[in-house]
Design a binder for this molecule. Sequence first.
Ligand code: NDP
Length: 276
Amino acid sequence: MKKSLYDKVNLHNGVEMPQFGLGVYKVEEGKEVCDTVTSALEIGYRLIDTAALYKNEEGVGKAIRKSSVPREELFITTKVWNSDQGYESTLKAFEDSMGKLALEYVDLYLIHWPVKEKYHDTWRALEKLYLDGRVKAIGVSNFQIHHLEDLMKQSEIKPMVNQVELHPLLSQVELRSFCSEQQIQIEAWSPIARGRILDNLTLNELATKYEKSSAQIILRWHLQNDVIIIPKSVTPSRLVENANIFDFELNPKEMEAINRLNVNQRFGADPDDFDF
Ligand code: NDP
């Protein structure tokens, strides 16, 4: 039984990463992101997921610096955006992010999307940052199996994490199994499908049974699948709700019922067909 929001998973380089955290995509820079991260840290969130693209790294860093939670208890992720990919430009983008966050290190630096012709050079930059001790772990996002195979063929270090769109309508069975064999930790983005599947009958029935919300049922399903989750909310009551998933357990039949909802439906872009 996953017992608390302080539970961690071991990445293949030995770094421990919280299994539960907050995503801040579309959370406004300034007061909104600072207040949201501050509330989350007070509730007990220890993992914060931002990106250069989100344009809110300053507020994230500010909330972390003013929090009384020791830095070593926190796990901060940021990402290099597509237009900055390439070796030198990634190193520069990293310095820009660090300047905005105003932290001494980040815990995880990710390639945001697999930009063709560029992600190999970008990865070399991430390897350098890792070997130089600037980041505790490096990984990728939106990489399909073929991207991972291609990357691993030509690189020294295997990604520690792959952050992908993952929720009951897109359960990523093959990718999860591949990553598990390779000891690449899967992290779900849009873990509750941006709130669009909360009226699903199966989820509603389970919600009634456990006196939980559909969102909590989905988040619990992810935890029991050993997936890292970063649900986003700027609503204080939802920040509490999303973290309140450690006092019940779905049985194997219920897990299977949620597995059956998969229809390979994406709400975000297709990693093999994006133009940004
Ligand atoms: P989520 O699945 O986390 O859904 C967020 C949406 O659901 C918001 O509209 C939020 O509203 C609403 N919501 C949150 N909690 C509840 C609840 N308990 N009940 C009902 N509605 C709820 O989607 P995201 O796309 O934000 O994904 C999460 C994080 O993943 C992002 O913030 C980002 O960090 C990361 N991400 C990474 C991507 C990548 O390419 N690597 C792409 C997309 C996301 P409100 O805020 O108004 O409460």
